[in-house]
Design a protein around this ligand. Structure first.
Ligand code: MF3
Ligand code: CO
Ligand code: CO
Length: 269
């Protein structure tokens, strides 16, 4: 396949064709099915390392390739971000405790196309504040997707997310953003989860990108730990994230990473 097919906008955003949508549908469905299949394995006492090993097996079994193993030196098939970890949590030996909330983020490559998605899970029973945080984060993502249509701007997406989150007295993380993707993992533009309506590049049919808001119960500031990956809230407050990969259609956005089992949210009973 020719990497250079299609055109780039003045902002360097690739415009894809109908066959490309097909590739993204297949990659997105594989990533989403893995997040469905991992749900029963998120339990009190389970380690995030074991969850990642299971995901590694699922990626192989379906004939896909992990986009994260070997990416900038990362060594795992998922990022698993527990409680006050904002994103890029490294799977390890720590056991999940009752009431822990966690984001599992999986990116696969299928026939060269990238499917990138994440959801929230709970070990045991979820606390009231955590449940509200997760709900607000999910709804913020969906409001961002509703704003994703030709003629709107990336600022409209960010503003829709920020307005919802701040209206619930929570905060949007500024230090990480969504991204263009397709036959590459991270491409222009940076998809900010905050902003002003009418600002930023105009959305066009054929653009592919992720929307992946991170929302904190406390302040928005983050810091990266000494492992150079794990991002945490500076004030130790709980953080949540959801991510979909989408493509802009003639009149809206197609979600490539919808859950085949209808388990995007909630992932628990
Ligand atoms: N999946 C993440 C994203 O949404 C990127 C993870 S990169 C890794 O963009 F190396 F940390 F896995
Ligand atoms: Co992403
Ligand atoms: Co991701």
């Amino acid at each position: 396949m020719d990497e250079r097919r299609g055109r780039l906008t003045r902002d360097g955003i690739r415009i894809h064709d109908a066959a490309d949508f097909d590739g993204m549908r297949r990659a997105g469905a594989v990533a989403a099915a893995i997040l469905d299949d991992i749900a029963p394995h998120v339990e009190v006492g389970q380690t995030t390392g074991e969850i990642d090993r299971l995901i590694t097996g699922m990626v192989k079994d379906v004939g896909a390739v992990s986009a994260t193993i070997g990416y900038k030196g990362y060594r795992h098939a998922s990022c698993i971000s527990v409680n006050h970890v904002v994103c890029h949590g490294i799977p390890g030996d720590k056991k999940l405790k009752d009431g822990d909330i966690l984001n599992i983020d999986v990116t696969v490559i299928v026939d060269g196309w990238y499917g990138d998605t994440s959801r929230m899970y709970v070990a045991g029973s979820v606390g009231r504040k955590a449940e509200r945080l997760i709900q607000v984060t999910h709804d913020a993502l969906m409001k961002g997707i509703e704003a994703a249509r030709p003629g709107n701007t990336f600022g409209d997406i960010g503003a829709a997310i920020q307005t919802h989150v701040e209206g619930e007295r929570m905060s949007v993380v500024r230090d990480f953003c969504g991204h263009g993707l397709g036959r590459v993992f991270h491409a222009p533009p940076n998809v900010l989860h905050y902003g002003r309506p009418g600002t930023g590049p105009v959305l066009e049919e054929g653009m592919f990108f992720t929307i992946e808001p991170m929302v904190n119960l406390g302040r928005p500031e983050t810091k990266v730990l000494g492992d150079d990956w794990t991002a945490v809230t500076r004030d130790k407050s709980l953080s949540a994230q959801f991510e979909h990969s989408v493509g802009i259609t003639s009149d809206g956005a197609e979600i490539f990473t919808l859950s085949p089992a209808g388990l995007f949210h909630p992932t628990w009973a």
